[in-house]
Design a protein around this ligand. Structure first.
Ligand SMILES: N[C@@H](CCC(=O)N[C@@H](CS)C(=O)NCC(=O)O)C(=O)O
Length: 269
């Protein structure tokens, strides 16, 4: 039996949801409300000591880290394979996952926070906010929360995020310009799945064009990716009209400043 601990509109969880949908697997949902700090409940911390979602529990065994969960699912349920066919292809595929896990996830969190969740955190009680900032005692995560909460789009972490996205889209455009349909060749893989929620979030925040306006191959890939039924099942179909409208409204407010900060970075190259 597969159980997945999820939170609403959680980008990391969305990777796992696409994988489950591509493989047409049955699973049970357990919902964690991040704004009520349920991720820090002692029972949940036994499954996921970092106090984050997603967590997959398979026949009683917890598996954490979204990239590892997706790889696990692909290995244990080999039908509809989502990995590149060759060892060299799989190394390339994992490089895209590393892009996400070593910069783009944080970029997305900080940009989303500064645009949107910051407003929601203002409505928390001081105690709830402090619990969230304290998290499980990770000073790096605390510094990031505090900075994006206090400084919004002016935070250094947001600037780093804008630069991380620029590097990602530059790499994607170069790869896709070679002519293959998907990021690792002609097969749709976990490389594409890893990228999709992060590109989607920038689109929902009305920011995507800041980076991809002049990147036609990336946009063509994105049109193909979001047309997949798994994208609709895992992401688009799970968002309410209000959530979609809120992301667009909040993101649009920081769009000009994000574009300015990107131009600032590009002018230094
Ligand atoms: N590297 C982890 C990151 C997980 C993560 O940070 N998830 C976010 C939601 S997308 C979370 O649970 N945040 C908890 C919080 O904001 O307190 C993964 O890929 O699973």
């Amino acid at each position: 039996m597969l159980q997945l601990y999820t939170a609403r509109n959680s980008i990391c969880t969305q990777k796992v949801l696409i994988t489950l949908a591509e493989k047409k697997l049955d699973w049970d949902q357990k919902t964690i409300d991040l704004f009520r700090n349920e991720q820090y409940d002692s029972e949940y911390l036994k499954l996921n000591p970092k106090g984050v979602v997603p967590t997959l529990v398979h026949d009683g065994a917890p598996i954490v880290e979204s990239t590892l969960i997706c790889e696990y699912l692909d290995e244990v349920f080999p039908e509809q394979p989502l990995r590149a066919e060759t060892a060299i292809g799989r190394a390339g595929m994992r490089l895209w996952s590393k892009f996400i896990d070593e910069g783009i996830f944080e970029a997305t969190r900080e940009i989303s926070f500064s645009a949107m969740f910051r407003e929601r955190m203002k409505n928390m009680t001081e105690e709830q906010r402090q619990t969230r900032f304290r998290n499980v005692g990770d000073p790096e995560r605390r510094a990031r929360y505090l900075s994006t909460y206090e400084e919004g789009v002016e935070s250094l972490y947001v600037y780093q995020g804008i630069v991380a996205y620029e590097k990602l889209f530059k790499a994607m455009e170069g790869e896709l310009a070679l002519g293959a349909e998907w990021i690792c060749g002609e097969r749709f893989t976990l490389g594409d799945i890893n990228l999709m929620p992060f590109v989607a979030r920038m689109e929902y925040l009305d920011l995507l064009e800041v980076w991809t306006g002049k990147r036609p191959n990336t946009m063509a890939w994105w049109s193909r990716a979001k047309a997949r039924p798994s994208f609709v099942e895992a992401i688009a179909g799970k968002l309410s009209a209000d959530e979609i409208a809120a992301m667009k409204t909040h993101g649009s407010k920081i769009r000009d400043r994000v574009a300015e900060r990107l131009a600032e970075y590009l002018s230094q190259l």
